[in-house]
Design a binder for this molecule. Structure first.
Ligand code: NAP
Length: 333
């Protein structure tokens, strides 16, 4: 291959990131330098956090104007100038939104392609998806058997796995997601106890019906009014885990904070946030257990693939409009 086709940032979005914020271009590849490896990328991860990388400042790494969009990927080595790396090896890494990545070998992680399709390493076994869910549940939320445990963005990559792990740990899981198809998916496919359609239901009223004694645990991916509705319905000694706040990412200069936080004091409860990379020692055990569950078929991670690199510019908008069920990916072909 002599070129890579890549997606770069044309201008910074205010509000929703739409296709006109991106440019697609073909770029000539230079010869490899010693220690470098060339990877044909097969799948690119689409993550809610990518939106926060387009602002120009913030907690996450930032994408400059004209630079390739930062994204995790999985693919195979096609050319190597690094000892120990052969063509054909399946690898994952931060390859960016492009078809061919040229990276130092030190930045690559070998993946076991006998576990299933390569996309598994961005979804169920991906750091910012299944592994985040495992760490958030096992290290932070720690649901107890019999807990009424609520998950928001429950049909997405992190939420669907977080809910299933909480369920395995004995909690009664209630998912919150947008639309009747997602509600059906949560109950029929993932086996959650109940689901709330926040686009059509009164979330607070439904929580009162479903959890009359209050919510013991909440794993929040959304923030804003949904966080408030759940805070208003927590039980005594509840644990609220802040994994993310996708409802706020389009306008981080004007965050809607929780107005119901005094329920934490009234009900002797706590709220704690985390990022998966705060628990580096937990990444390997998380991947091992998630791989076991993938192998015995006891966990479900649906994938939603937009086909072709040219569809990447629409992917973030698609996610923020709730188009995906499970892990959202862009395939390069
Ligand atoms: P995802 O859940 O697969 O997709 C995002 C979903 O969020 C959409 O499908 C949509 O579903 C929902 N959503 C979008 N806008 C919303 C809004 N305004 N209000 C309510 N729901 C909205 O995405 P993901 O990449 O797995 O990320 C999920 C969360 O995990 C994000 O908050 C992300 O920042 C967080 N995260 C945290 C870490 C960490 O280390 N703490 C790591 C990775 C990801 P609906 O149809 O249900 O609206």
């Amino acid at each position: 291959m002599t070129t890579t086709r890549r997606v770069t940032l044309a201008r910074r979005p205010t509000g929703t990131a739409t296709p006109d914020h991106f440019v697609i271009e073909d770029v000539e590849l230079d010869d490899l330098e010693p220690g470098q490896v060339r990877v044909a990328v097969e799948y690119i991860s689409v993550d809610a956090g990518t939106r926060t990388m387009l602002r120009g400042e913030g907690f996450h790494m930032q994408v400059g104007i004209g630079e390739t969009i930062l994204a995790g990927g999985v693919g195979r080595v096609i050319e190597s100038a690094a000892e120990g790396w052969e063509a054909g090896q399946a690898v994952t890494g931060g390859f960016g939104a492009q078809t061919v990545a040229t990276v130092p070998a030190a930045h690559l992680v070998r993946v076991d392609d006998s576990l299933g399709p390569l996309s598994l390493h961005l979804g169920l076994l991906g750091g910012s998806s299944g592994v985040t869910a495992w760490i958030g549940i096992r290290e932070v939320a720690k649901p107890q058997p019999g807990d009424d445990f609520v998950v928001s963005a429950a049909a997405g990559a992190v939420g669907s796995i977080a809910g299933q792990i909480a369920q395995r740990d004995g909690a009664r899981v209630i998912g919150i997601a947008g639309g009747p198809d997602k509600v059906r998916h949560l109950i029929d496919t993932l086996g959650f106890e109940a689901a709330i359609d926040y686009k059509n239901d009164d979330v607070g009223a439904r929580l009162k019906e479903l959890c009359p004694d209050g919510v013991n645990g909440f794993f929040d991916n959304v923030g804003g009014p949904i966080l408030d509705a759940v805070l208003d319905n927590i039980a005594m000694h509840a644990r609220v885990t802040i994994c993310g706040a996708i409802s706020q990412y389009d306008d981080m200069d004007d965050i809607t904070g929780p107005s119901m936080y005094l329920r934490l004091a009234e009900r002797q409860s706590r709220m704690e946030g985390f990022a998966f990379f705060h628990f580096p020692q937990s990444i390997e055990p998380a991947m091992r257990e998630l791989a076991e569950w993938a192998d015995d078929g006891s966990i479900v991670m649906t994938e939603h693939v937009l086909e072709g690199i040219d569809r990447y510019p629409e992917a973030i908008q698609f996610m923020f409009e709730g188009g995906n069920i499970g892990k959202l990916l862009v395939s390069t072909v």
